[in-house]
Write a protein that binds this ligand. Structure first.
Ligand code: TEU
Ligand code: CA
Length: 549
């Protein structure tokens, strides 16, 4: 079994990847039809965002049956074929495990809300009304985290939308149901799980209000009192019985110092975690008060800090999953690159920096083509519950024109929908994503120039750069396990780092600007790879090189 450290993960957002039947919604047969493309790209592991039955209040992150396929995506037979065909091509497949909450349409919740003595009552978190809301806890998508359910007159907890009630991990029967469900998928041959908001599973049973000065700080719900007990139990009951299983925890609220409690080598919890330190801060109020983007020195400091933390302390070493973007963030090229003026150059800078870093990288669909943010001209063009609920709370009450403009401008920078527009396969109508006449979310109008078919043959394309880089990464052990050292942490526009290992030392140097920069003395050796012909002398606009010495 390949070491996860030499693997690269590719995230598929199934709704937007490829539509096989013309209904405008991506599906499993669509993914099957693109497996050759993915194998040829050179990735190792496919992570599918949720494919389970769901009313789609949060695009599948609200599951109503963990063992059934969402009908829009296909059938269990389609899934079995997808898994078999992926394995035939040497691709491993991991699923999204969303077990902090379910959908309110899950049978367990339907039962749970019926009466206080229903056998499923304790599958969820209920509190009596007392003097009103049980605590002042806030949710991600819709104001207070408690909702009064009229049938029994009690409140249930939902840290996300109202239609996403939190499961009660204090209940051993619930935990066993989850473990059984995990075995169901692993026994089918699934290779592991990406685990949604995993640090949230354990809730403080004293149900304290937010501490003074931290009202609405949702990171407080992470790292609850029994989280490590639960994850260790999950390992004993399930994960430990599948020696080559891949696990990636979504580490919202986990600090670098806490990471090894989840992924430290001997902890018997998870294999990898990914953090939010460089994710777009996107609490509801940000749509009117946007936070500035990270500067390059800030971004570099985050990567350096995590590398150090994972190698430090009694639980070290630990391993992480690294990324620039995913389905919860805008497009990486729009955040950190220059899609208009230096499309190829800046997309390949981001590719090289991520794929030569220390950690198991996750690529997000379309980044290998240099897909960028899409212009949403009106609130009605968005789909995401987060944007819509924020608009309803912040703008809809008075429809103040200045607020509307500010909101739209910010959403066009930070909304999750940017990552969710359909994959751009060709310059055919709807970017070749569907043969039908509509798509569930608009297609980025730049598809005639940015698409996979157009990048397939030209040697100088973002796609071919990724292909070449992924092949080279695979055969270069230094990139899998070598140490990480930032050579110029303070430099405002250069990211220069060294990866050292007995099999060779490499230095990546990347210019995150269009200004020419003199090659610093810290960078030595012979250039082996880059995004400009004749890599020599000053670094040109958005130039990246990798040196060996
Ligand atoms: O995300 C959890 C999470 O904490 C954030 O990504 C959050 O959704 C966003 O930043 C709000 O500001 C996971 C999934 O990746 C996300 O798609 C789901 O919406 C969420 O959990 C609920 O399942
Ligand atoms: Ca379809």
């Amino acid at each position: 079994m390949p070491d996860i450290r030499s693997s690269v993960i590719y995230q598929i957002y199934p709704r937007s990847f490829a539509d096989s039947n013309g209904d405008g919604i991506g599906d499993l047969r669509g993914i099957i039809s693109k497996l050759d493309y993915l194998a040829d790209l050179g990735v190792d592991v496919l992570w599918l965002s949720p494919i389970f039955q769901s009313p789609n209040a949060d695009n599948g992150y609200d599951i109503s049956d963990y063992e059934a396929i969402m009908p829009e995506f296909g059938t269990m037979t389609d899934f079995d074929e997808l898994l078999a065909q992926a394995h035939q091509r040497g691709l491993r497949l991991i699923l999204d495990l969303v077990v902090n909450h379910s959908s309110d349409e899950h049978r367990w919740f339907q039962e749970s809300r019926k009466s206080k003595d229903n056998p499923y009552r304790d599958y969820y978190i209920w509190q009596p009304p007392g003097g009103g809301l049980p605590t002042n806890w806030q949710s991600f998508f819709s104001g207070p985290a408690w909702d009064l359910d009229e049938t029994t007159g009690e409140y249930y907890l939902h840290l996300f939308a109202k239609k996403q009630p939190d499961l009660n991990w204090e209940n051993p029967a619930l935990r066993q149901e989850i473990y059984r469900m995990m075995r169901f998928w692993l026994d089918k041959g699934v290779d592991g799980f990406r685990m949604d908001v995993i640090p949230f599973l354990s809730k403080d049973q004293d149900f304290p209000d937010y501490p003074e000065g931290r009202f609405g700080d949702l990171t407080i719900h992470a790292n609850g009192p029994r989280i490590h007990e639960f994850l260790h139990e999950m390992h004993q009951e399930v994960l430990g019985h599948y020696p080559s299983v891949i696990t990636v925890g979504e580490g919202f609220g986990v600090s670098a110092e806490q990471a090894n409690l989840y992924v430290g080598d001997r902890r018997e919890e998870l294999q990898m975690i990914y953090h939010f330190d460089h994710a777009v801060p996107r609490e509801e109020h940000r749509f009117l008060n946007p936070a500035p983007e990270f500067t390059l020195p800030e971004l570099k400091a985050i990567f350096a800090k995590w590398n150090t933390a994972l190698d430090t302390g009694e639980d070290a070493p630990g391993w992480q999953n690294i990324y620039f973007g995913n389905h919860d963030n805008p497009r990486i090229l729009s955040r950190f690159g220059d899609p208009e003026r230096f499309h190829y150059e800046s997309a390949t800078v981001l590719a090289t920096v991520l794929l030569t870093q220390r950690g198991t990288p996750s690529l997000y669909q379309g980044d290998e083509l240099g897909m960028s943010n899409c212009l949403f001209e009106d609130i009605s063009e968005f789909d995401d519950i987060q944007v819509k609920n924020a608009w309803a709370a912040l703008v809809a009450p008075d429809m103040d024109p200045a607020k509307q403009m500010q909101f739209l401008k910010t959403a066009n920078r930070i909304a999750r929908d940017h990552a969710r527009t359909p994959m751009q396969w060709s310059d055919a109508p709807h970017a070749g994503f569907t043969t039908g006449s509509t798509t569930w979310l608009k297609v980025n109008p730049n598809y005639p120039t940015v698409n996979a078919a157009g990048q397939d043959s030209p040697p100088r394309s973002v796609l071919n750069y990724y292909r070449q880089l992924l092949r080279w990464r695979k055969q270069t052990p230094t990139l899998h396990t070598g140490t990480y050292r930032d050579l110029l942490p303070e430099h405002p526009t250069l990211w220069a780092f060294e990866r050292a290992h007995e099999s060779g030392t490499f230095v990546t140097v990347a210019n995150f600007s269009e200004e020419r920069v003199v090659l610093p003395a810290e960078v030595e050796g012979k250039a082996v790879l880059g995004n400009y012909a004749e890599p020599d002398g000053d670094l040109r606009a958005w130039e990246v090189r990798v040196y060996v010495h």
